[in-house]
Design a protein around this ligand. Structure first.
Ligand code: KIV
Ligand code: ZN
Length: 495
């Protein structure tokens, strides 16, 4: 019998902190339900004191999810802990994740404090959190650069104060795998853990997050903190799918309770909702992860798949058939494909997505998974304050681009027209005649989803208004329309 590794998913907290990856509550619930199907043990749902939106998401995820423990992040501050406890009140299984920086650099520059005082604050926070919940995780921020002897004293103190899990984050992604593994071993050998376990939490600044996590697990940690697709601050966190498949492929005496066949749908859903493309050569979930292109490899794979393939694509939920839908596909095919991708839709919502699907299928011969996820995501924006009714653009060589636009704002109709130095400029200028707000466009990227001239273009925008940055997203076969949708998305987020 191998040891169980608890999977703590922080896609909705550390992952969601990434600029441009913010989700609304409905989207977060979709991801949380997907994580539940995937079989994660803990979902870190947010940092409730940080904003009313985060607070609300923790409340709603707590209501929507049954089996995983719902975890809320706090600083070692009483107010944070009280707010987290309040946000978790509907969770069937709840955990507060509190902590403080323990490296000399954090103690000196962040807290202007001393090692002894930090231990006192850590113990106080854990004891306070235990007043509200039985399951308290403590994080020693920047543990990767914290001296092991002192770290052991911190861990001993918080376990004695009631921590059930102690998180050893390599916050800056600095450690070498041997070093991180040795750190975990040192703690296991020198601390009386009672029934508490150690957790890994590795960042990928030097590309070693997964290696460090596996080293931590092989040296005694029994929980790992991960995100789907490895998204997270800077270079990201440890990728869930990588740890899951390493433990499945290698017989190292460790196992998870993950349903690995949900890995691919989860990856696509997170990538699509967070507008964060997965690099083609990404381990396990990249487009090329199972594509054998060189002649020698293809020859070997045709003779026997094991020559070049160490895992079965079906084990991560990749089914090689039926990824293409067309205008002749019916409701049932659409519903089935969306459910393979982790989106459960029925009734009126399915009808609305199907309507959009047919419109897209008229413009595009084949509809791929990303298109479907885009449609399912776009459907969630139907209740927005500002809606685009129509957009007409005249552009070409030797003519001045002109755009006319129609919007519905809180039920009222508006129209305007403008010229510009290009079709996007003309459309945005027309829009600005209706929405007269001081906004500066900071970032504007256009990307195609698949390939081909009939592809859907995805537009990401960053707009500054009143000292705040807003991220918007649009997707359309017409890139001018996608740009306007992204701009409107930014404005809707200001509302
Ligand atoms: O990287 C880190 O140290 C964190 C903690 C807040 C757990 O994300
Ligand atoms: Zn982190």
């Amino acid at each position: 019998m191998s040891d169980k590794i608890f999977i703590f998913d922080t896609t909705l907290r550390d992952g969601e902190q990434v600029p441009g990856c913010q989700l609304n509550t409905v989207e977060k619930i979709e991801v949380a339900k997907m994580l539940e199907r995937l079989g994660v043990d803990v979902i870190e749902a947010g940092f409730p004191v940080s904003s009313p939106g985060d607070f609300n998401s923790v409340v709603e995820i707590s209501k929507a999810v049954t089996y995983p423990t719902i975890c809320a992040l706090t600083r070692a501050v009483e107010k944070d802990i009280e707010v987290a406890a309040e946000a978790l009140k509907f969770a069937k299984h709840k955990r507060i994740h509190t902590g403080i920086g323990t490296s000399d650099s954090h103690i000196k520059y962040k807290f202007n404090s001393t090692r002894e005082e930090i231990i006192e604050r850590a113990v106080k926070a854990v004891k306070y959190a235990r007043r509200f919940v039985d399951d308290v995780e403590f994080y020693a921020e920047d543990a990767g650069r914290t001296d092991n002897e002192y770290l052991a004293r911190v861990v001993e103190a918080v376990v004695k104060a009631g921590a059930t899990v102690v998180n050893i984050p390599d916050t800056t992604g600095y450690c070498l795998p041997e070093e991180y593994g040795a750190k975990i071993k040192y703690l296991i050998d020198h601390v009386d853990m009672h029934n508490a376990i150690l957790s890994t939490h590795c960042h990928n600044d030097l590309g070693m997050a997964t290696a460090n996590t596996v080293a931590g697990l092989m040296n005694g940690a029994r929980q790992c903190e991960v995100t789907i697709n490895g998204i997270g601050e800077r270079a990201g966190n440890t990728a869930l799918e990588e740890v899951a498949m390493i433990l499945k492929c290698h017989n190292v005496g460790l196992h998870t309770d993950l349903n690995t066949t949900s890995i691919y749908p989860a990856s696509r859903m997170v990538s699509s909702l967070m507008n964060m493309p997965v690099q083609a050569n990404k381990a396990v979930v990249g487009r090329n992860a199972f594509a054998h292109s060189s002649g020698i490899h293809q020859d070997g794979v045709l003779k026997d798949i094991s020559t070049y393939e160490i895992m079965n694509p079906h084990d991560v939920g990749l089914d090689d058939n039926s990824i293409v839908l067309t205008a002749r596909s019916g409701h049932a095919a659409l519903k089935h494909r969306l459910s393979v991708l982790g989106v459960q839709v029925d009734g009126e919502r399915l009808d609305k997505i199907y309507e959009q699907f047919l419109k897209l299928a008229d413009r595009k011969k084949e509809i791929h998974d990303d298109d479907l996820l885009m449609l399912a995501g776009a459907d969630m924006t139907l209740n927005n304050h500002i809606k685009l009714d129509f957009l007409q653009v005249t552009a070409g060589v030797g003519v001045k681009p002109v755009a006319s636009i129609g919007l519905t704002i809180a039920g009222e109709k508006f129209e305007a027209a403008s010229s510009g130095n290009g079709p996007v400029d003309a459309a945005i200028k027309a829009l600005k005649q209706i929405i007269r707000r001081q906004m500066t466009l900071k970032e504007f990227t256009i990307q195609s989803i698949n390939k081909g001239s009939d592809d859907v273009g995805k537009v990401h925008m960053q707009v500054e208004h009143d000292g705040h940055l807003y991220y918007g997203f649009g997707a359309n076969t017409d890139i001018v329309a996608a740009s306007v949708e992204a701009y409107i998305d930014c404005i809707n987020k200001m509302e």
